[in-house]
Design a protein around this ligand. Structure first.
Ligand code: MTE
Ligand code: MO
Length: 196
């Protein structure tokens, strides 16, 4: 299994980022109710600055090359959950499938509940940014974003859209749901980038 739990070394920090405490549970944080999406109706779209717009069913998406990674999860409200095993497709794999244009610099993630979140493309083009459907060997629970969510162990977890429905490649930065409300675009937990 690919181990992404030591990526904190890149950010000159400790495994537990400053101001965080470790939790054994897995709290649920959403802006509203979990939307009812099942694997059969789920579609994944890629659009914007790409050669090939994608529209994939759950079976088509999970047929892309996938892997299982051990990852930590850091919530901006102050808790971290260590050693989650997530199975999914990496962001670079999606980039390759869509053929991202050279002028793409930014990314917007879209979700079934209307949630959006943005990141610079360089922060997304990383192996540990996963589109995952399986947590600790079981289908990802709906309240944690199943059928498929994004996880961003190098960022606070609000960058990881639950119930993800698509990725938009942008040639200019735009702000997502929490970013418009004052949260950080870069969201590096080791720099405590909580607010803009
Ligand atoms: N679609 C969607 N994704 C979302 C959210 C949301 O409200 N809707 N909340 C974000 C926030 S603020 C956090 S901390 C994490 C929480 O993930 P969890 O509920 O699995 O702990 O999901 C993120 N992804
Ligand atoms: Mo959050």
């Amino acid at each position: 299994m690919y181990d992404a739990t030591d990526l904190y070394r890149e950010f000159d920090g400790e495994r537990l980022p400053p101001g965080q405490r470790q939790t054994d549970g897995f709290p649920v944080l959403s802006k509203g109710e979990a939307p009812a999406v099942d694997r059969e109706d789920w579609t994944f779209e890629v659009w914007g600055a790409v050669d090939d717009q994608l529209s994939l069913s759950f079976d088509e998406f999970t047929d892309l090359p996938s892997e299982t990674q051990r990852q930590d999860f850091h919530c901006v409200t102050g808790w971290s959950r260590f050693d989650n095993a997530f199975t999914g497709v990496t962001f670079p794999t999606v980039m390759e499938a869509a053929g991202v244009h050279d002028d793409a610099v930014h990314v917007m993630f879209h979700a079934a509940d209307g949630y959006t979140t943005n990141l610079p493309l360089d922060d997304c083009d990383r192996r540990e940014l996963l589109f995952t459907w399986d947590l600790d060997g079981k289908p990802l629970p709906a309240d944690h974003g199943g059928p498929v969510r994004v996880v961003t162990p190098h960022k606070y977890a609000y960058k990881g859209a639950k119930w993800v429905t698509g990725v938009e490649f942008l040639t200019e930065p735009e702000r997502g749901y929490w970013e418009k409300r004052g949260y950080s675009t870069s969201a590096n937990p080791w720099q405590e980038e909580r607010y803009a």
